[in-house]
Structures are given as structure tokens and as C-alpha cells.
Design a protein around this ligand. Structure first.
Ligand code: OSB
Ligand code: MG
Length: 368
């Protein structure tokens, strides 16, 4: 393929309800789509992070500069544009996995469209639909939390994840267990809000039979997570701390995690996400697909990944209606607690012109 044009489309789409985590509150999905045009096909992707670096070091305005000044010039200089050549071309630029993932996914989408092959087929998907969990934010009161969980269970979600932070942990978990029973698949996500000094407190979660506790301690502190795992029986799951397959191998070897949250953007794209899956699966460590409140453009490829054999736990891959009253693609709809794996070429979806136009803040050419 030959690169002809790269365009950034900034979008802002209101969320159906505010989403509060230990690091902040989101009311709008505010990010950019990457649209690439080649001589054979077009490709789309979504930058996964937010305008502020609260979840991870990358952020919307920074990623645009990284793409424009460092990643695109290297990729545009390739004699042949193709997924296999991308990682070596971008390797000299340190970090910036989410920006690399955006470019890599748009190129992969275009390449697969030119072959007429779906991402699911390319990755080796073994399922036609994947079970959907839902990530439930911190609520002002326990009553409002229970109402929210009840609503999601009524819609068919098969697993609940509660966001926790100091002061909002044991009580919400106890309340959800009391109301919905011991059999409900339940897990928690702290987004780095605790320290090892909280180990005895976190051990009190053990009695609730949680599937896992996600990223309780500092990002990248594998040693501390391993120390915590020695003191609690709830399986530790890592999100923010894992940036590639090598990190994942180290974390598993150290017993710093017994479950892995795979977010393709966080590890630099779908090829590395596949490797993270392979490493974990080879060790018998279950993985599941995380989310970043994506529009349909980011959700579609995540569903393809979640159909790989090692994804044995339900992901945060919820239906479009959990996030948006109106999405920029055809919505993903929950059927019997599952979402369909896209099977059309590439990521299998594209923006609908009319909603895209309404939710677009501005467009900029990065490369012509
Ligand atoms: O830690 O998994 C996380 C959303 C934004 C940033 C980080 C996280 C999340 C979620 C929601 O938990 C996942 C989703 O429903 O997309
Ligand atoms: Mg998380």
C-alpha cells in the first residue's frame, strides 16, 4: 500500500451518565479518530486516551503532536506501507503506545480491507459473539449504585465491575453481594488508588469472592503488586502496569498478577495485544478485554480481540447504549448478554456520515 492522506477528526460525544473513577469524572468522550487513505483502501482508528493524562501519561493534544512530528514521518518514509513494517519503523520513538496503536490500527484496517479479511479472522478469533461485562463508576450513594447495577443486570450484562477507591470499597462490594447474591460474577478496579500500607484493608475484600482486584497499587510497581498478592487471596489483575508482552511475562513470573486486562491501545496495538494474550494463555493466566469508553470505531476491533481463545473472562466490552445515546457507528447491541464479533473486512465498521458530522469538533490533515 501507499499512504496518500492522514486526517485527524476530533470528536466529542456526550456520555449517557457521568463515569467516575478514582482518578476523575468523565461526562464526554472527547478524543480523535484517525482516518488514513491509501492507494488501495481506507482505514479508521480511535485514540483511546482522554484530553488529560489522568489514566495514563498520554493525552489527546500530545498524541496529535507525536503522530504528526515523530510517527507519521517515519511511517510515510517506508517503501511499502504495511502492518508488518510499522513496529520497526516506530521503535525508536520511546513509549507512546496509545498513539502508536492508533496509527497501527488504522493501517491494519486499511490493509485488511484491501485483502477483504476481517480483523477477527486475522487475529484467530474462535467465537462469533463474546460475553459482555460492565464497568460501574463510583456513585454518590449506595442506593444509586444498586439501582445502576440492577439496571445493567436487567439488560443482561453477565459480569459487574465496581470502581473503588479508599472510602468506597468494602461497603459497595458488600451491598452488591447482599442484594444480588454470591453467584454474581463481580470484580473491582482501583486504578492505582491504594498503597501497600492498605494491604490489611484490601484483605477484607477476600470474603466477598471477587473474580479479581484490578490495579490496586501504583502503576508499574510490579514488585508491590507481588507483595500484595502474597497477603490477599483475591487474584490481582493488572491494567495500567502492563505495556507489552515482556511486562506481562515479568509480572506473571513474579506473581504480580494472576489475571490480565488486555487493552490493545495500552500495549501499542492489536499485534502486541495478541502477544500479551499468547504469553498469558501459555501460563494458564486468564485474560479479558478492557475498555476506554470507546466509540464504535474503537469497540469493533476490541470485540475481535475478545474472541481469541484465552479471553476466558467477560470483558468491559459493553454495548454502545451503556455509553452513548447515539454513537458514530451502527450501535453494538447486547443480545442475551453477548455482543457480536464483527466479521466484515478490517475492523468491520466505519463512521456514519451524519452522526460523525454532528459530533465533530474539527478536522485536520496530518499528512497529504
Ligand atoms: O481502568 O479499566 C479502566 C475507562 C476509562 C479508563 C480506564 C478504565 C475504564 C473503565 C471502563 O473501567 C471500561 C469501559 O467500559 O470501556
Ligand atoms: Mg482498569
Amino acid at each position: 500500500m501507499k499512504l496518500e492522506r492522514v486526517e485527524i477528526v476530533h470528536v466529542a460525544i456526550p456520555l449517557v451518565s457521568p463515569f467516575r473513577t478514582s482518578f476523575g469524572t468523565m461526562t464526554t468522550k472527547d478524543t480523535f479518530l484517525l482516518h488514513i487513505v491509501t492507494d488501495t483502501a481506507e482505514g479508521w482508528s480511535e485514540f483511546a486516551a482522554d484530553p488529560e493524562p489522568l489514566y495514563c501519561p498520554e493525552f489527546v493534544a500530545g498524541a496529535e503532536i507525536v503522530l504528526r512530528d515523530f510517527l507519521l514521518p517515519r511511517v510515510a518514509a517506508l517503501p511499502v506501507l504495511g502492518t508488518a513494517h510499522l513496529a520497526p519503523a516506530m521503535a525508536k520513538i520511546k513509549g507512546h503506545e496509545l498513539a502508536k496503536a492508533a496509527l497501527g490500527t488504522a493501517v491494519l484496517d486499511a490493509e485488511l480491507r484491501s485483502y477483504g479479511m476481517s480483523l477477527a479472522t486475522y487475529l484467530g478469533a474462535v467465537r462469533e459473539r463474546v460475553p459482555a461485562g460492565v464497568s460501574v463508576g463510583i456513585h454518590p450513594t449506595l442506593g444509586e449504585l444498586l439501582d445502576a447495577v440492577e439496571g445493567y443486570l436487567a439488560e443482561g450484562y453477565v459480569r459487574i465491575k465496581l470502581k473503588i477507591e479508599p472510602g468506597w470499597d468494602l461497603e459497595p462490594v458488600r451491598a452488591v453481594r447482599e442484594r444480588f447474591g454470591a453467584e454474581l460474577p463481580l470484580q473491582v478496579d482501583a486504578n492505582t488508588a491504594y498503597t501497600l500500607a492498605d494491604a490489611e484493608h484490601l484483605r477484607r475484600l477476600d470474603e466477598f469472592g471477587l473474580l479479581l482486584i484490578e490495579e490496586p497499587l501504583d502503576e508499574n510497581n510490579l514488585h508491590a503488586h507481588a507483595r500484595l498478592q502474597q497477603r490477599i487471596s483475591t487474584p490481582v489483575c493488572l491494567d495500567e502496569s502492563l505495556h507489552n508482552a515482556r511486562d506481562t511475562a515479568s509480572a506473571i513470573a513474579m506473581d504480580a498478577c494472576r489475571v490480565v486486562n488486555v487493552k490493545p491501545a495500552r500495549v501499542g496495538g492489536y499485534l502486541e495485544a495478541r502477544r500479551v494474550h499468547d504469553v498469558a494463555h501459555a501460563h494458564g493466566v486468564p485474560v479479558w478485554c478492557g475498555g476506554m469508553l470507546e466509540t464504535g470505531i474503537g469497540r469493533a476491533p476490541n470485540l475481535a480481540l475478545a474472541a481469541l481463545p484465552g479471553f476466558t473472562l467477560p470483558g468491559d466490552t459493553s454495548a454502545s447504549s451503556r455509553y452513548f445515546a447515539e454513537d458514530i457507528t451502527e450501535p453494538f447491541v447486547l443480545v442475551d448478554g453477548h455482543l457480536p464479533v464483527p466479521r466484515k473486512p478490517g475492523i468491520g465498521v466505519e463512521p456514519l456520515p451524519e452522526p460523525l458530522r454532528r459530533f465533530t469538533r474539527h478536522r485536520r490533515d496530518l499528512y497529504v
